[in-house]
Design a protein around this ligand. Structure first.
Ligand SMILES: [Zn+2]
Length: 152
């Protein structure tokens, strides 16, 4: 197949976020707060070699930090973050959901102090159980579907 018809071009320098849960790529973009005018490729519901579907994000000329890689894990815990230089993977982050998240999520409890007009930054802690559940530090309300609560 001529190269111009390839599904997605290879990137030379940048970041590839692979194994994102299907249809969650846009939520990953939101949590990373990356401006949408940069050069990127987004694959939604593409076939995974492991079977099933996945999303992939590729950014040209952008290197995610370890901290940003962990934010990806908020939305998609199994995602992998690969840093590419000269067309090769030079760094691979094992993403790990952060233990404490400040200012990124909104509490689902409208009466929570973090939702009042006070300068209180929201804060959530990862629950020690295995459900990828975050608990509000102020009102103890927990949230599971984190993508729904990413602050815009
Ligand atoms: Zn709360």
């Amino acid at each position: 197949m001529p190269e111009k018809y390839m599904k997605v071009e290879r990137i030379k320098h940048g970041t590839v976020i692979d194994h994102i849960l299907p249809t969650k790529a846009f939520d990953v973009l939101r949590v990373l707060k990356l401006s949408q005018d940069r050069s990127m490729s987004i694959l939604i519901n593409t076939n995974s070699q492991k079977g099933g579907k996945k999303d992939i994000l590729k950014f040209e000329n952008l290197e995610l930090t370890g901290e940003q890689a962990n934010l990806v894990a908020l939305i998609s815990p199994q995602a992998t973050v690969n840093i590419i230089a000269d067309g090769k993977v030079v760094k691979k982050f094992n993403t790990e959901a952060p233990g404490v998240v400040r200012g990124i999520l909104t509490c689902s409890n409208p009466n929570c102090i973090s939702n009042q007009n006070e300068p209180i930054v929201s804060e959530f802690r990862l629950s020690p159980d295995e459900n990828h559940r975050y608990v509000c530090t102020y009102c103890e309300r927990d949230i599971v579907d984190l993508a729904k609560y990413v602050r815009l």
